[in-house]
Design a protein around this ligand. Structure first.
Ligand code: XIL
Length: 373
C-alpha cells in the first residue's frame, strides 16, 4: 500500500518537475539519453500477480530481461516440447510498456535439462546431434520472437575464471566452435537483433582477457557481435571505480557496446569463493546472515555510495554503454537471498522488501542529475 503512494507521488512529482523543466525523478527518465535502465522480471511480474511490482517496473524502467522464463529448462523442457506461454507473456509485457526487450539466454551450462546432452538410451550424444539440437533450439526460439526481442544473450558464461573456455558439456561434446555456431544461427534467425555475449567477473584481468579474445574470435569469424554484457553481480566493497572503468574501456575498445546486464550489490559477508556460478553453493551459517531484520543505516549509506560510484562510472562511459539492468526489482525478489547460501537476507537492490525506494535509488537518480549540470 505504502508503495502505491510512492507510485502516485512519483507520477505527480515527475509531471510537476517536467513542467518546471527540471530533472525528472524516475530511473528511466533520469538516464534517458545516456542508456536504458532495465530490470530482470520474474514469473509473478510477468503474469500480473505482482501488480504493485508491475506498476513500479513500468514507472521506473525502460528495458526488461527475463530472469528465468527463457532459459532452456523452461522454454524447451523435453526434446519435442517447447513451452512458450511465459515467454510470450514476457514479450507482451515489454511491448505494452514500449521497452527494450532482452532475451536471456540461448546457450549456457546451467538450467539446461539433461536430455539435451543424452540420447534415448541415456548415453552422451555426439557432436553432430548436439549441434543439431543447438541449431534447432536457437532457430525456433529466436525465430519466434524475430523483430520483437531487440537483443539476445546468445552464449552465457562460456569462460572459466582463468580466462580459458569453460569445460562445459557444450565445449566437451562439440568443441570450441559451438560458440561461433550459436552466434551464426542466432544472427540467421533474426539479422536485426543485437548479438550479446554475457559473463561475470570481467573486472578480473584474466577473465577479461579471455572475454576479449572470445569477442575477437567472433569478429574474425564475421559475426557482428554488438554488445558485451558485464553481469556486475558485485559487492559493497568490490570492484573499485578504477577496475570498473578499466573493464568497460577495455571491452569497448573492441568496437562493441557495453551493457551491465545483471547488476546487484551484495551486502553480506562473502563465502570462500568469488563467483556468480549458480552451480556453486555454500553451507548455512548465522554469521553469514547478519541482517535478517533489515540493513542498519550505516550499511544503507554504504550501499548507496557503492551504487552511486558504479553509476558515476557508467555515466562517464555513457558513449560506450547501451544499458544497465538490475537483477531483480526488490530485495524480496533477489536471487541473492538464496545463492550461494540459502535462506539469507540480502538487501542488494534499489527497492526494499515492501517495494519502497531505498537511499541507493535516490543516490543513483542523483548521479544522473549531477551529470546533467
Ligand atoms: C539466476 C536467477 O536469478 C535465479 O532465479 C535462478 O534460480 C538461477 O539463475 N547469471 C545469470 C543468470 O546469467 O541467469 C542467473 O540468474 C544469475 C547468474
Amino acid at each position: 500500500m505504502l508503495n502505491r503512494s510512492y507510485i502516485l507521488l512519483g507520477a505527480a512529482l515527475a509531471a510537476s518537475l517536467s513542467m518546471a523543466a527540471q530533472a525528472p525523478d524516475t530511473l528511466k527518465e533520469a538516464y534517458r539519453g545516456a542508456f536504458h535502465v532495465g530490470v530482470a522480471i520474474n514469473v509473478a511480474q510477468i503474469t500480473g500477480k505482482d501488480a504493485i511490482g508491475d506498476a513500479l517496473i513500468a514507472q521506473q524502467f525502460d528495458s526488461i530481461t527475463p530472469e528465468n522464463v527463457m532459459k532452456w529448462e523452461v522454454i524447451h523442457p523435453k526434446v519435442d516440447t517447447y513451452n512458450f506461454d511465459l515467454a510470450d507473456k514476457y514479450v507482451a509485457f515489454g511491448e505494452k510498456n514500449h521497452m527494450f526487450i532482452v532475451g536471456h539466454n540461448l546457450c549456457w551450462h546451467s538450467q539446461t535439462p539433461d536430455w539435451v546432452f543424452k540420447d534415448a538410451q541415456g548415453k552422451r550424444v555426439g557432436r553432430d546431434v548436439l549441434l543439431q539440437r543447438l541449431h534447432d533450439h536457437i532457430a525456433t526460439v529466436v525465430g519466434r520472437y524475430k523483430g520483437r526481442i531487440q537483443g539476445w544473450d546468445v552464449v552465457n558464461e562460456a569462460l572459466a575464471e582463468d580466462g580459458s573456455l569453460r569445460k562445459s558439456k557444450w565445449f566437451e561434446i562439440i568443441g570450441e566452435d559451438y560458440i561461433v555456431k550459436a552466434y551464426q544461427w542466432a544472427h540467421e534467425a533474426d539479422p536485426q537483433m543485437q548479438l550479446n555475449y554475457n559473463d561475470y567477473n570481467l573486472q578480473s584481468a584474466a577473465k577479461r582477457k579471455g572475454a576479449m579474445a572470445l569477442v575477437k574470435k567472433l569478429q574474425a569469424a564475421g559475426i557482428p557481435i554488438a554488445v558485451v554484457g558485464s553481469q556486475d553481480h558485485v559487492r559493497i566493497d568490490w570492484p573499485s571505480a578504477e577496475d570498473e572503468d578499466a573493464t568497460i574501456k577495455d571491452l569497448a575498445s573492441l568496437g562493441v557496446k557495453i551493457a551491465i546486464t545483471e547488476l546487484d550489490v551484495d551486502v553480506l559477508p562473502s563465502v570462500s569463493f568469488a563467483s556468480a556460478d549458480v552451480s556453486l553453493h555454500a553451507a548455512q551459517d548465522p554469521k553469514l546472515n547478519p541482517y535478517p531484520n533489515g540493513l542498519p543505516a550505516a550499511m544503507q549509506t554504504k550501499l548507496a555510495e557503492q551504487y552511486a560510484m558504479l553509476f558515476r562510472v557508467y555515466l562517464k562511459n555513457r558513449a560506450s554503454m547501451s544499458r544497465v539492468t538490475l537483477w531483480g526489482l526488490t530485495d524480496a525478489d533477489s536471487w541473492r537471498n538464496d545463492w550461494p547460501v540459502t535462506g539469507r537476507t540480502d538487501d542488494c537492490l534499489l527497492f526494499d522488501r515492501k517495494d519502497q525506494p531505498k537511499p541507493a535509488l535516490y543516490a543513483v537518480i542523483d548521479e544522473a542529475r549531477k551529470a546533467r549540470r
